[in-house]
Design a protein. Structure first.
Length: 178
């Protein structure tokens, strides 16, 4: 059993905008989100972190619902112009580093979380998926939240949280199931 007071203490030391404990069964898994991956994301079918490599939405849902708890974390960063995709994406490595710090905290507490994070995996220059090979770093790579069909907005609304905090504020989310 995890000591929540200790976890809260450690999370409070990180530059997180928010963190929230949620019940995985409260999450909305939707084929509509998957449709967006298929039709609007250039990374679809290019890494193991994205569909179809992650499996069907039903498969992803089952994977997430194996866990009793989910820790949702969020970071925010202000950029000069949110429409500048390069500036926006430049804020992502910091969020990923913080996600890994939270992973390490949980691991130190004896828990190995299943992590969903942001965008496609960029750990390798060329993803093994493209060559029909297994992922080289399955312990390090985090599939994208949306790849699992998770609709983040209702999850936030249930917690009384916003999706967007301002015009030029980049908001990233990770979900750590344990
Ligand atoms: S770690 Fe490498 S092989 Fe695995 S998903 Fe990421 S880019 Fe692809």
């Amino acid at each position: 059993m995890i000591d929540m007071a200790i976890l809260d203490e450690k999370l409070a030391e990180l530059p997180l905008y928010i963190y929230q404990h949620i019940d995985p069964s409260d999450l909305e898994f939707s084929d509509r989100i998957r449709w967006i991956c298929e039709h609007e994301c250039p990374m679809h079918g290019r890494t193991w972190a994205c569909p179809p490599g992650v499996g069907t939405v039903e498969h992803c849902k089952k994977k997430c619902l194996r866990y009793e708890n989910c820790l949702m974390i969020s970071t925010i960063t202000e950029v000069y112009d949110i429409a500048d995709i390069n500036a926006t994406l430049a804020t992502r490595p910091e969020h990923e580093a913080i996600t890994n710090q939270v992973r390490d905290i949980l691991r130190e507490m004896g828990i190995d979380p299943y992590i969903l994070s942001t965008e496609a995996c960029t750990l390798c220059e060329r993803c093994a998926y493209l060559d029909g090979q297994p992922c080289r770093f399955p312990d390090k790579m985090h599939p994208c939240v949306e790849s699992h069909g998770i609709n983040v907005i209702p999850a936030l609304e249930k917690c009384g949280l916003e999706f967007q905090y301002g015009d030029n504020i980049v908001t990233w989310f990770s979900f750590l199931f344990y």
